[in-house]
Write a protein that binds this ligand. Structure first.
Ligand SMILES: *Cc1c(COP(=O)(O)O)cnc(C)c1O
Length: 379
């Protein structure tokens, strides 16, 4: 696997980390303005502006800024009526956040396989699985094996590449499931020339430090359903009833608001989004060229229906080279090139080992052969 290291050395003589934030705009100016005016906390003009900027980017009616991506998922599940004892479908190959958010509602994650083309939910395989175990009753889809209601699917656009959203949405329609798009990794990604985020009833984002755009920590929920957007804003602001001085709350709410300080950083970052996306796609193109002659692996390319943000670039080793993954990780990291394996399959984590799951053969195969390589916008 020396040729991989040679490519990195040629491209980044001084080493490279996996994904670092880049502050090249008005970040300091906007954050300073919060401090100077005293508007540092959960209300302020940058929160409003950040929400309307996001709604504009996604061409959706509402965006609610949230304290982080996990809370955005939690409140989305709550708002769509997920209850303790339900099951929620979620890919096994993803970051742990969506499964945690499902567990926070008292529901049980039910793990779904991925397809090699997108690394996200395999719609056809999920359809067949639900045909086998699912039963439609008057209050939804039930798992005949566990007796629990299957309420929703959280689909994830893994590493920035969109799933086949039309196919996934169709499966949800057939089996009466609510659809949430976890687009934490896919800000700026297009599916059939439109931003992701319009196929699910709700779409969530994260602005953690390693994402394409960061607010330090943060998240958002997006929707084209204005009433649902208002409901989420209400739930995330302690369910306070609007009034000039009274403290009335009409249900158990959450303090999930994004502070103005973080939104200020986010507004400055969003101003640079088109440039970030251009640079990320350029880096992916360079990788594709440089890795083309390297034997035993391929650079993962966006599916043909997509224009991806290439959040984290991916190499996939050939099937007979899986044994070399550990060595490749060691050699590159020791030389100052930060590479990482895919996440441990969520169904293998101790807290989720008892959770229901379908056949996960594709996800199991991919995790043994996938490696994430340096992807910061400035590289
Ligand atoms: C980053 C991420 C989240 C949310 O993470 P937070 O750290 O809570 O903002 C959720 N889902 C996926 C797929 C992610 O990559």
């Amino acid at each position: 696997m020396k040729p991989v290291l040679d490519v990195f050395k040629k491209m980044f003589p001084k080493g490279a980390r996996l994904h670092e934030p880049f502050f090249g705009g008005k970040e300091a100016e906007y954050v300073q303005e919060c401090i100077a005016t005293g508007w540092v906390s959960s209300v302020g003009k940058f929160v409003d502006r950040f929400e309307s900027d996001l709604a504009g980017i996604f061409q959706l009616k509402s965006a609610v800024a949230i304290v982080n991506g996990t809370s955005a998922l939690h409140i989305s599940l709550k708002a769509l009526g997920v209850e303790a004892g339900d099951e929620v479908l979620v890919p096994a190959l993803t970051f742990v956040a969506p499964a945690n958010a499902i567990a926070h509602t008292g529901a049980v994650p039910h793990f779904v396989d991925c397809e090699a083309r997108t690394l996200g939910v395999d719609a056809a395989k999920l359809d067949a699985w639900l045909g086998e175990i699912g039963e439609i009753r008057k209050d939804g889809c039930f798992n005949r094996k566990t007796g629990r209601r299957i309420k929703a699917l959280v689909t994830v656009h893994v590493f920035g590449h969109p799933v086949d959203l039309e196919a996934v949405a169709r499966v949800c329609g057939t089996h009466r499931l609510e659809l949430i798009e976890d687009a934490a990794e896919a800000l700026g990604t297009l599916y059939k020339e439109k931003p992701v985020g319009r196929w699910g009833r709700l779409t969530t984002l994260s602005f953690n430090g390693n994402k394409t755009v960061t607010t330090g920590g943060g998240g958002a929920v997006l929707t084209d359903d204005e009433a649902l957007g208002k409901r989420i804003k209400h739930l995330t602001t302690t369910a306070k009833v609007a009034h000039p001085w009274r403290f009335d709350h009409d249900e158990i709410g959450y303090n999930y608001r994004m502070p103005n300080l973080n939104a200020a950083l986010g507004c400055a970052q969003l101003e640079q989004l088109p440039e970030f996306l251009r640079k990320k796609r350029k880096l992916a193109e360079r990788y594709e060229t440089e890795f083309a002659p390297v034997e035993g692996l391929r650079f993962f390319k966006e599916p043909d229906f997509a224009k991806s943000n290439y959040w984290l670039n991916v190499l996939i080793l050939e099937k007979n080279r899986a044994a070399e993954l550990e060595n490749l990780l060691r050699v590159t990291n020791e030389a100052g090139y930060m590479t990482r394996p895919a996440w441990t399959l969520l169904s293998d984590l101790p807290m989720f080992r008892q959770s229901p799951k379908m056949d996960l053969s594709c996800a199991r195969d991919i995790v043994q052969r996938l490696i994430n390589i340096p992807s910061s916008v400035f590289l």
